[in-house]
Design a protein. Structure first.
Length: 225
């Protein structure tokens, strides 16, 4: 690298000086910090989480969810079973995927465009924070299940283990930014940080956000503060 006046660029000079100092001290050159785990960014399509009671009401007594595809987070899976969601004025969404295993509450996660199609004004919530949210009717092969609340648009978030949180200098409940490259590159603010020992480093955004940046498997992504 050469400056316009023909002399070595300042960055080159600084690197050579730094290299000479470390060699004189007998120390190896410091390496750039690298994250302990690769970053995975996935688009979370519309889905629902159900209790055991809801599953049995919709699919029959004693029914067990069956694995269609294992998800990136340990123990989580997309079930073969799907439902029909019935919204206001009998507008419906068919083939709503259930994610397993069963949980302690019922929750439906949709994108804003899904809400527009259904006639819902979706609240933006942290997953699990459903108090005072909208309800809906779910229809399965064995019957109907009425949810009094639990229809939300989930906040975009990043799952990370404590080692990842230490690397990025964040804690559970903090917010980060996700820089997405490519021809439709954007930066998404207010990325909620969720930290647990069992988590793998993974960002979840919804279909509206994924479509806005044309997220592909090879699209470069970076978490920043």
């Amino acid at each position: 690298m050469v400056a316009t006046n023909g002399l070595p660029h300042r960055a080159v000079v600084e690197h050579l000086v730094r290299q000479a100092v470390y060699q004189r001290l007998g120390r190896p050159l410091p390496r750039p910090a690298t994250a302990p785990n690769p970053l995975v960014v996935n688009v979370s399509a519309r889905h629902c989480h159900l209790t055991r009671e809801a599953v049995e009401t919709l699919f029959g007594k004693g029914h067990q969810l069956t694995v269609h595809k294992w998800l990136y987070q340990e123990g989580q899976f997309a079930a073969k079973e799907t439902l029909t969601l019935i919204g206001p004025r009998s507008r419906v969404i068919s083939n709503l995927r259930i994610l397993g295993p069963c949980r302690s509450l019922n929750q439906v996660e949709l994108a804003y465009t899904d809400g527009v199609a259904l006639g819902f004004d979706l609240p933006l919530r942290i997953s699990g924070d459903i108090k005072g949210t909208l309800g809906c009717m779910l229809m399965g092969p064995a019957g109907f299940f009425e949810m009094g609340e639990g229809v939300i648009r989930a906040m975009r978030h990043v799952h990370m283990a404590p080692t990842d949180a230490e690397f990025y200098g964040v804690k559970a409940g903090d917010s980060m930014k996700l820089k997405i490259g490519g021809p439709c590159g954007i930066t998404l603010d207010r990325m909620l940080v969720r930290v647990e020992k069992s988590f793998k480093l993974e960002v979840h955004i919804d279909t509206d956000e994924g479509n806005a940046c044309n997220l592909q498997a090879e699209t470069p992504c970076e978490l920043v503060l």
